[in-house]
Design a protein around this ligand. Structure first.
Ligand SMILES: Nc1ncnc2c1ncn2[C@@H]1O[C@H](COP(=O)(O)OP(=O)(O)OP(=O)(O)O)[C@@H](O)[C@H]1O
Length: 322
Protein backbone atom coordinates (compact mmCIF):
# COMPACT_ATOMS: atom_id res chain seq x y z
CA UNK A 1 0.00 0.00 0.00
CA UNK A 2 1.13 3.54 -0.68
CA UNK A 3 1.75 5.54 2.50
CA UNK A 4 1.80 8.80 0.56
CA UNK A 5 0.04 9.40 -2.75
CA UNK A 6 -0.11 12.71 -4.60
CA UNK A 7 -2.10 12.98 -7.81
CA UNK A 8 -1.84 16.05 -10.03
CA UNK A 9 -1.26 18.36 -7.07
CA UNK A 10 -0.83 22.07 -7.77
CA UNK A 11 -0.45 24.80 -5.15
CA UNK A 12 -0.54 28.47 -6.09
CA UNK A 13 0.02 31.23 -3.54
CA UNK A 14 -1.27 34.70 -4.20
CA UNK A 15 1.44 37.13 -3.18
CA UNK A 16 -0.33 40.39 -2.39
CA UNK A 17 2.67 42.05 -0.79
CA UNK A 18 1.10 41.75 2.64
CA UNK A 19 -2.08 43.67 1.76
CA UNK A 20 -5.42 41.98 2.39
CA UNK A 21 -6.72 40.10 -0.66
CA UNK A 22 -10.02 42.00 -0.68
CA UNK A 23 -8.22 45.32 -1.06
CA UNK A 24 -6.12 44.27 -4.01
CA UNK A 25 -7.62 43.81 -7.46
CA UNK A 26 -6.69 40.36 -8.69
CA UNK A 27 -4.66 41.84 -11.56
CA UNK A 28 -2.26 43.35 -9.01
CA UNK A 29 -1.51 40.13 -7.15
CA UNK A 30 1.41 37.98 -8.20
CA UNK A 31 0.72 34.30 -8.25
CA UNK A 32 3.52 31.96 -7.14
CA UNK A 33 3.15 28.37 -8.29
CA UNK A 34 4.93 26.55 -5.45
CA UNK A 35 3.97 23.05 -6.64
CA UNK A 36 2.94 22.24 -10.19
CA UNK A 37 0.94 19.11 -11.17
CA UNK A 38 2.90 16.91 -8.78
CA UNK A 39 2.24 13.17 -8.76
CA UNK A 40 4.26 10.57 -6.88
CA UNK A 41 3.84 7.92 -4.23
CA UNK A 42 5.86 6.51 -1.35
CA UNK A 43 5.26 2.87 -0.45
CA UNK A 44 4.72 1.68 3.12
CA UNK A 45 8.00 0.93 4.85
CA UNK A 46 10.13 3.00 2.46
CA UNK A 47 12.68 5.60 3.52
CA UNK A 48 12.13 8.31 0.91
CA UNK A 49 14.52 11.26 0.53
CA UNK A 50 12.89 14.47 -0.65
CA UNK A 51 15.44 16.84 -2.17
CA UNK A 52 15.57 20.09 -4.02
CA UNK A 53 17.15 23.53 -3.94
CA UNK A 54 15.70 26.40 -1.86
CA UNK A 55 12.22 27.35 -3.01
CA UNK A 56 11.66 24.10 -4.97
CA UNK A 57 8.37 23.37 -3.18
CA UNK A 58 9.42 20.79 -0.55
CA UNK A 59 7.93 22.52 2.51
CA UNK A 60 4.74 23.31 0.62
CA UNK A 61 4.41 19.61 -0.26
CA UNK A 62 5.04 18.54 3.35
CA UNK A 63 2.49 21.10 4.56
CA UNK A 64 -0.09 19.65 2.16
CA UNK A 65 0.51 16.13 3.55
CA UNK A 66 -0.43 17.48 6.98
CA UNK A 67 -3.25 19.78 5.77
CA UNK A 68 -1.40 22.89 6.97
CA UNK A 69 -1.67 24.10 3.38
CA UNK A 70 -4.48 23.14 0.99
CA UNK A 71 -3.78 22.29 -2.65
CA UNK A 72 -5.26 24.53 -5.33
CA UNK A 73 -6.06 21.31 -7.24
CA UNK A 74 -5.29 17.60 -7.15
CA UNK A 75 -5.54 14.99 -4.42
CA UNK A 76 -3.28 14.08 -1.50
CA UNK A 77 -3.70 10.79 0.35
CA UNK A 78 -1.68 9.84 3.43
CA UNK A 79 -1.84 6.41 5.13
CA UNK A 80 -4.94 5.64 3.08
CA UNK A 81 -6.77 8.80 4.21
CA UNK A 82 -7.68 11.97 2.36
CA UNK A 83 -5.23 14.56 3.71
CA UNK A 84 -7.90 17.28 3.81
CA UNK A 85 -11.08 15.60 4.97
CA UNK A 86 -9.38 13.07 7.25
CA UNK A 87 -6.45 15.12 8.56
CA UNK A 88 -7.12 14.13 12.17
CA UNK A 89 -6.68 10.45 11.32
CA UNK A 90 -3.50 11.27 9.38
CA UNK A 91 -1.95 13.29 12.22
CA UNK A 92 -2.79 10.63 14.81
CA UNK A 93 -0.59 8.10 12.96
CA UNK A 94 2.12 10.54 11.79
CA UNK A 95 5.16 11.79 13.69
CA UNK A 96 6.50 15.11 12.45
CA UNK A 97 9.85 16.73 13.03
CA UNK A 98 9.29 20.20 11.60
CA UNK A 99 12.12 22.34 10.25
CA UNK A 100 13.47 24.64 12.99
CA UNK A 101 11.19 23.39 15.79
CA UNK A 102 10.64 26.08 18.46
CA UNK A 103 10.63 24.64 21.99
CA UNK A 104 8.34 25.94 24.73
CA UNK A 105 10.87 27.81 26.87
CA UNK A 106 9.18 27.13 30.21
CA UNK A 107 8.52 23.42 29.78
CA UNK A 108 11.18 20.82 30.55
CA UNK A 109 12.31 18.38 27.89
CA UNK A 110 10.43 15.63 29.68
CA UNK A 111 7.22 17.68 29.72
CA UNK A 112 7.51 18.19 25.95
CA UNK A 113 7.72 14.43 25.42
CA UNK A 114 4.87 13.75 27.88
CA UNK A 115 2.75 16.25 25.95
CA UNK A 116 3.56 14.50 22.63
CA UNK A 117 2.68 11.09 24.12
CA UNK A 118 -0.63 12.40 25.47
CA UNK A 119 -1.63 14.06 22.23
CA UNK A 120 -1.00 10.77 20.41
CA UNK A 121 -3.01 8.94 23.13
CA UNK A 122 -0.01 6.63 23.41
CA UNK A 123 1.60 4.92 26.39
CA UNK A 124 5.31 5.26 25.65
CA UNK A 125 7.74 5.69 28.53
CA UNK A 126 8.99 9.31 28.17
CA UNK A 127 12.37 8.42 29.70
CA UNK A 128 12.91 5.70 27.12
CA UNK A 129 12.16 8.10 24.26
CA UNK A 130 14.49 10.72 25.76
CA UNK A 131 17.28 8.16 26.21
CA UNK A 132 16.78 6.96 22.65
CA UNK A 133 17.56 10.40 21.24
CA UNK A 134 20.49 10.89 23.61
CA UNK A 135 18.99 13.37 26.12
CA UNK A 136 20.18 12.34 29.60
CA UNK A 137 17.84 12.45 32.62
CA UNK A 138 19.48 15.58 34.03
CA UNK A 139 18.99 17.48 30.73
CA UNK A 140 15.42 16.15 30.44
CA UNK A 141 14.50 17.81 33.77
CA UNK A 142 15.77 21.22 32.63
CA UNK A 143 13.62 23.85 30.93
CA UNK A 144 13.95 23.53 27.16
CA UNK A 145 14.46 27.31 26.81
CA UNK A 146 18.10 26.74 27.78
CA UNK A 147 18.69 23.89 25.31
CA UNK A 148 21.31 24.10 22.58
CA UNK A 149 20.14 23.82 18.96
CA UNK A 150 21.19 20.17 18.81
CA UNK A 151 19.40 19.33 22.08
CA UNK A 152 16.21 21.00 20.81
CA UNK A 153 16.51 18.95 17.63
CA UNK A 154 16.93 15.72 19.62
CA UNK A 155 13.89 16.67 21.70
CA UNK A 156 11.82 17.31 18.58
CA UNK A 157 12.83 13.87 17.27
CA UNK A 158 11.76 12.21 20.56
CA UNK A 159 8.38 13.94 20.23
CA UNK A 160 8.02 12.76 16.61
CA UNK A 161 8.69 9.17 17.72
CA UNK A 162 5.90 9.20 20.35
CA UNK A 163 3.22 6.60 19.70
CA UNK A 164 5.32 4.58 17.19
CA UNK A 165 3.86 6.42 14.18
CA UNK A 166 3.22 4.65 10.87
CA UNK A 167 4.68 7.63 9.04
CA UNK A 168 7.58 9.85 10.11
CA UNK A 169 7.99 13.16 8.33
CA UNK A 170 11.42 14.57 9.06
CA UNK A 171 12.20 18.05 7.70
CA UNK A 172 15.96 18.74 7.85
CA UNK A 173 16.38 16.30 10.76
CA UNK A 174 20.14 16.67 11.11
CA UNK A 175 20.05 20.46 11.37
CA UNK A 176 22.01 21.55 14.46
CA UNK A 177 23.27 18.03 15.20
CA UNK A 178 26.96 17.28 15.68
CA UNK A 179 28.39 14.32 13.71
CA UNK A 180 27.61 11.85 16.52
CA UNK A 181 24.05 13.20 16.75
CA UNK A 182 23.62 12.93 12.99
CA UNK A 183 24.78 9.28 13.11
CA UNK A 184 22.37 8.48 15.96
CA UNK A 185 19.56 10.11 14.01
CA UNK A 186 20.37 7.93 10.98
CA UNK A 187 20.34 4.83 13.21
CA UNK A 188 16.91 5.80 14.55
CA UNK A 189 15.60 6.28 11.00
CA UNK A 190 16.79 2.77 10.09
CA UNK A 191 15.30 1.27 13.29
CA UNK A 192 11.97 2.95 12.53
CA UNK A 193 12.01 1.61 8.97
CA UNK A 194 12.88 -1.86 10.31
CA UNK A 195 9.78 -1.88 12.52
CA UNK A 196 7.74 -1.05 9.38
CA UNK A 197 7.34 2.74 9.55
CA UNK A 198 7.50 4.85 6.39
CA UNK A 199 10.01 7.69 6.61
CA UNK A 200 9.70 10.83 4.47
CA UNK A 201 13.00 12.61 4.84
CA UNK A 202 13.63 16.10 3.52
CA UNK A 203 17.20 17.37 3.69
CA UNK A 204 19.93 19.42 2.08
CA UNK A 205 22.59 17.24 3.69
CA UNK A 206 23.01 14.84 0.82
CA UNK A 207 25.37 12.52 2.69
CA UNK A 208 22.61 11.87 5.25
CA UNK A 209 20.10 11.14 2.52
CA UNK A 210 22.50 8.85 0.69
CA UNK A 211 23.16 6.93 3.92
CA UNK A 212 19.55 6.20 4.86
CA UNK A 213 17.17 6.53 1.91
CA UNK A 214 15.91 3.69 -0.28
CA UNK A 215 14.68 6.11 -2.90
CA UNK A 216 14.90 9.84 -3.55
CA UNK A 217 12.73 12.39 -5.30
CA UNK A 218 14.31 15.60 -6.57
CA UNK A 219 12.13 18.72 -6.81
CA UNK A 220 12.89 21.72 -8.97
CA UNK A 221 10.61 24.72 -9.49
CA UNK A 222 7.57 22.90 -8.12
CA UNK A 223 8.02 19.75 -10.18
CA UNK A 224 9.51 16.35 -9.45
CA UNK A 225 12.32 16.08 -11.99
CA UNK A 226 13.72 12.73 -10.85
CA UNK A 227 12.44 9.87 -8.69
CA UNK A 228 14.38 6.65 -8.21
CA UNK A 229 16.96 4.81 -6.11
CA UNK A 230 20.31 6.58 -5.91
CA UNK A 231 21.83 3.64 -7.82
CA UNK A 232 19.38 3.98 -10.71
CA UNK A 233 19.76 7.76 -10.84
CA UNK A 234 23.50 7.23 -11.05
CA UNK A 235 23.02 4.72 -13.89
CA UNK A 236 20.62 7.04 -15.67
CA UNK A 237 23.23 9.78 -15.59
CA UNK A 238 25.39 7.27 -17.48
CA UNK A 239 27.56 7.06 -14.36
CA UNK A 240 28.52 10.72 -14.34
CA UNK A 241 32.04 11.00 -12.97
CA UNK A 242 34.32 13.79 -11.82
CA UNK A 243 37.54 13.79 -13.77
CA UNK A 244 40.37 15.81 -12.16
CA UNK A 245 43.26 16.67 -14.42
CA UNK A 246 46.59 18.34 -13.71
CA UNK A 247 47.44 20.20 -16.90
CA UNK A 248 50.39 22.11 -18.22
CA UNK A 249 49.72 24.86 -20.77
CA UNK A 250 46.53 26.72 -21.73
CA UNK A 251 43.34 24.73 -22.02
CA UNK A 252 40.57 25.66 -24.43
CA UNK A 253 37.62 25.23 -22.04
CA UNK A 254 35.07 25.59 -24.84
CA UNK A 255 36.62 22.62 -26.64
CA UNK A 256 36.27 20.53 -23.45
CA UNK A 257 32.68 21.69 -22.90
CA UNK A 258 31.89 20.72 -26.49
CA UNK A 259 32.76 17.06 -25.84
CA UNK A 260 29.65 14.87 -25.81
CA UNK A 261 28.85 13.83 -22.21
CA UNK A 262 30.53 16.80 -20.48
CA UNK A 263 28.21 18.75 -18.20
CA UNK A 264 30.57 21.20 -16.49
CA UNK A 265 34.19 22.31 -16.44
CA UNK A 266 35.95 24.07 -13.60
CA UNK A 267 39.41 25.56 -14.10
CA UNK A 268 42.07 27.16 -11.94
CA UNK A 269 45.69 26.79 -10.91
CA UNK A 270 46.68 24.19 -13.49
CA UNK A 271 43.74 21.99 -12.48
CA UNK A 272 40.73 21.07 -14.51
CA UNK A 273 37.70 19.43 -12.89
CA UNK A 274 35.29 18.01 -15.43
CA UNK A 275 31.89 16.44 -14.71
CA UNK A 276 31.25 13.96 -17.48
CA UNK A 277 29.95 10.51 -18.28
CA UNK A 278 32.34 7.58 -17.99
CA UNK A 279 32.45 7.20 -21.75
CA UNK A 280 33.42 10.87 -22.26
CA UNK A 281 36.69 10.66 -20.29
CA UNK A 282 38.94 9.78 -23.23
CA UNK A 283 37.33 12.51 -25.33
CA UNK A 284 38.05 15.04 -22.57
CA UNK A 285 41.74 14.13 -22.42
CA UNK A 286 41.95 14.26 -26.23
CA UNK A 287 40.25 17.68 -26.27
CA UNK A 288 42.70 19.05 -23.66
CA UNK A 289 45.71 17.76 -25.54
CA UNK A 290 44.45 18.76 -29.01
CA UNK A 291 44.73 22.43 -28.04
CA UNK A 292 48.41 22.16 -27.06
CA UNK A 293 48.09 21.54 -23.30
CA UNK A 294 49.54 18.42 -21.67
CA UNK A 295 47.80 16.22 -19.11
CA UNK A 296 50.38 15.60 -16.38
CA UNK A 297 48.12 13.47 -14.19
CA UNK A 298 44.45 12.66 -13.67
CA UNK A 299 42.08 10.90 -11.26
CA UNK A 300 38.35 10.13 -11.32
CA UNK A 301 35.53 9.72 -8.76
CA UNK A 302 32.18 8.13 -9.50
CA UNK A 303 29.10 10.25 -8.93
CA UNK A 304 28.02 11.02 -5.36
CA UNK A 305 24.45 11.99 -4.58
CA UNK A 306 25.71 15.57 -4.57
CA UNK A 307 26.90 15.25 -8.17
CA UNK A 308 23.57 13.68 -9.13
CA UNK A 309 21.64 16.42 -7.32
CA UNK A 310 23.62 19.18 -9.04
CA UNK A 311 23.31 17.55 -12.43
CA UNK A 312 19.52 17.44 -12.05
CA UNK A 313 18.98 20.83 -10.45
CA UNK A 314 21.48 23.10 -12.14
CA UNK A 315 21.15 24.57 -15.60
CA UNK A 316 22.48 22.66 -18.56
CA UNK A 317 26.14 23.12 -19.37
CA UNK A 318 28.08 25.66 -17.40
CA UNK A 319 31.56 26.90 -16.96
CA UNK A 320 32.88 27.82 -13.52
CA UNK A 321 36.24 29.54 -13.32
CA UNK A 322 37.96 29.54 -9.97
N1 LIG B 1 2.66 31.22 2.23
C1 LIG B 1 3.25 31.52 1.07
N2 LIG B 1 2.89 32.63 0.38
C2 LIG B 1 3.46 32.94 -0.82
N3 LIG B 1 4.42 32.18 -1.40
C3 LIG B 1 4.82 31.07 -0.76
C4 LIG B 1 4.27 30.68 0.52
N4 LIG B 1 4.88 29.53 0.91
C5 LIG B 1 5.77 29.22 -0.06
N5 LIG B 1 5.74 30.14 -1.05
C6 LIG B 1 6.56 30.14 -2.29
O1 LIG B 1 6.48 28.85 -2.87
C7 LIG B 1 7.75 28.45 -3.40
C8 LIG B 1 8.15 27.12 -2.78
O2 LIG B 1 8.47 27.32 -1.41
P1 LIG B 1 8.81 26.13 -0.38
O3 LIG B 1 8.94 26.75 0.96
O4 LIG B 1 7.80 25.05 -0.53
O5 LIG B 1 10.23 25.64 -0.93
P2 LIG B 1 11.28 24.64 -0.24
O6 LIG B 1 11.66 23.66 -1.32
O7 LIG B 1 10.74 24.07 1.01
O8 LIG B 1 12.50 25.61 0.06
P3 LIG B 1 13.62 25.54 1.26
O9 LIG B 1 14.58 24.46 0.87
O10 LIG B 1 14.24 26.90 1.13
O11 LIG B 1 12.93 25.32 2.55
C9 LIG B 1 8.70 29.60 -3.12
O12 LIG B 1 8.77 30.40 -4.28
C10 LIG B 1 8.04 30.35 -1.99
O13 LIG B 1 8.37 31.72 -2.04
Amino acid sequence: MAAIELNGVTKRFEDDGGVLDTLVPSSETDVVTAVNDLSFSVESGEVFGFLGPNGAGKSTTINMLLDFVRPTSGSVRVLGHDAQTESVAVRRRTGVLPEGYDVYDRLTGREHVEFAIESKEADDDPDELLARVGLDPEAAERRAGGYSKGMAQRLALAMALAGSPDLLILDEPSSGLDPAGAREMREIVREEADRGATVFFSSHVLGQVEAVCDRVGIMREGELIAEDSIESLRDRMEAEAMLRLDVEGDVDVDAVLAVDGVSSVETGDGRLVVACTDSAKTGVIDAVESTGATVADFETDSASLEDIFLAYTEDEKQEVTA
